[in-house]
Design a protein around this ligand. Structure first.
Ligand code: 4AD
Ligand code: MG
Length: 444
């Protein structure tokens, strides 16, 4: 019999096939046995009739327990009532491994802690399956968009001697005795390394070779934030481009997000249905996105009753309120320099502000992208580093980029889990990553 994935059985209508997967549900009338099988590619029902199968097959069916792994033999037929349009007439069944009794995840509602404790099993549930497939589509859309727009994948390091986004969020670790007792050494004599918060600074070195580059990998933030938007380990995509300034930087971001939404809608209709995601708000995500400056955002928030100060950063609640005013993403541009990172270039028209943007996703999802034009002048950048009390020595290589053929350049980074949560319509980003790391969770 032809081995097949469930997702491909439409090619074998009327033929006998062999499937391999897990029994996620079953029921029996004593004469007819309905087996629900999933193999990762899709789900399908196999209907066995006691009169038509061998005694071995029937007793194997009767011995089944939830989540046992099995090999199924059957004939494919079209069935308009089946969710996929297909069903199998069961001919045989082999048990590969019988599951232990009482699969922990039942049909009743479990609390989030129970599900997270059983994350290794919860991942098999249909919604979790759908989330991972949407996540995969976002990753693919990102790679395709960048490769079609002349960006090269550039892998930045995870072990670093310095911070990128601010020292309060750094995970610190011992790094042999590197630099110990050597005050001149790169990491100034501490024997410490830090887990990367973003590959951006290294990507800036990469584009001086490749012109346009992006990275994609895990980053780490020791933030004590216990919110539905924060993980301590998450996946970031950073992009960077030489000769690109603030406005073009936002055009690249807009193109990327449109591409992601398009590909998710084109390839994940079934997954979105499983997730009960209303696709109308996603269909509304079209260029041009909304633009407003930080100052305009503050004015709008005050209009809506907030008492936020002129030079305050936007909090999660402020972002939520703003995104509820529009049906598409919002670029918030030109934040006060005081609330942003040292590397952002000042706005020449108003140097208290920087040439940056956050992108806020609609429906209350809030910040999904942070980006900016970078300071490209050696002396100015040095000055900023002093203002931020950064040790100069570990950043000398970064300053060097401004010494040898500096060019205007810009970039941005997105949080994969935040975009996945938005696409899937999830309330909390912990479900978007296979094994979430939170301030109070490191297992399984
Ligand atoms: O805004 P952030 O901190 O920007 C940077 O790290 C820049 N160096 C990126 C760049 O310009 N190349 O982080 C970028 C994005 C945020 O917009 C958000 O989507 C996500 O990363 N993010 C988080 N996602 C989950 N958990 C956290 N703790 C996150 N912190 C940031
Ligand atoms: Mg940010």
């Amino acid at each position: 019999m032809t081995p097949s994935l469930i997702s491909r059985i439409h090619q074998f209508v009327g033929q006998e096939v062999q499937l391999q997967g897990w029994a996620f549900n079953f029921r029996s009338s004593g004469k007819i046995f309905f087996l629900q099988l999933r193999d990762g590619s899709a789900r399908v029902q196999i209907v066995y009739s006691k009169a038509d199968v061998s005694e071995e097959t029937w007793s194997a069916l009767e011995s089944l327990r939830l989540e046992s792994s099995v090999r199924v033999f059957g004939r494919v037929k079209e069935d308009a009532r089946a969710p996929s349009g297909f069903e199998l007439d069961g001919l045989g069944l082999e048990i590969i491994s019988i599951a232990a009794d009482e699969y922990p995840i039942g049909k009743k509602d479990h609390g989030p802690d129970f599900l997270l404790d059983n994350r290794h099993l919860w991942l098999r549930s249909e919604k979790q399956w759908a989330v991972q497939r949407v996540r995969d589509t976002i990753i693919m859309a990102t790679y395709n968009y960048f490769h079609e727009n002349d960006f090269v994948k550039f892998d930045t390091p995870i072990l670093t001697p310095t911070s990128c986004e601010g020292t309060t969020e750094l995970f610190e670790m011992d790094y042999f005795d590197m630099g110990k007792g050597e005050p001149e050494a790169v990491n100034v004599g501490t024997g410490k390394a830090y887990l990367s918060q973003s590959g951006q600074l290294y990507l800036e070195a990469g584009i001086m070779s490749l012109g346009r580059a992006f990275d994609f990998g895990p980053v780490f933030r020791a933030e004590k934030s216990k919110t539905r938007r924060h993980l301590t380990e998450f996946w970031m995509m950073d992009a960077e481009a030489a000769f690109v300034e603030h406005v073009e930087n936002m055009q690249i971001q807009e193109g990327l997000i449109c591409r992601i939404v398009h590909d998710v809608l084109a390839n994940c209709q079934h997954e979105l249905k499983v997730l009960e995601r209303d696709t109308k708000p996603l269909e509304a995500v079209q260029a041009p996105f909304v633009h407003m400056t930080h100052q305009e955002a503050i004015a709008k928030l005050r209009e809506l009753g907030s008492d936020i100060g002129d030079m305050d950063d936007l909090g999660a609640d402020d972002e939520t309120i703003l995104t509820q005013q529009f049906d598409r993403p919002i670029f918030i541009e030109k934040y006060p320099a005081a609330v942003k990172a040292f590397y952002m270039k000042r706005d020449p028209l108003n140097p208290e502000f920087v040439l940056n943007n956050d992108m806020l996703a609609p429906e209350g999802y809030g910040e999904i992208i942070g980006g900016s034009q970078r300071e490209d002048d050696y002396e100015t950048l040095l000055q900023r580093m002093h203002e931020h009390n950064l040790a100069i020595e570990p950043f000398q290589w970064y300053l060097d980029l401004r010494k040898y053929g500096s060019v205007p350049h810009s970039g941005f980074g997105y949080g994969l889990e935040r975009i996945t949560a938005w696409m899937c319509g999830l309330q909390h980003i912990r479900e978007t990553i296979p094994f979430p790391r939170l301030i109070n969770r490191l297992t399984p």
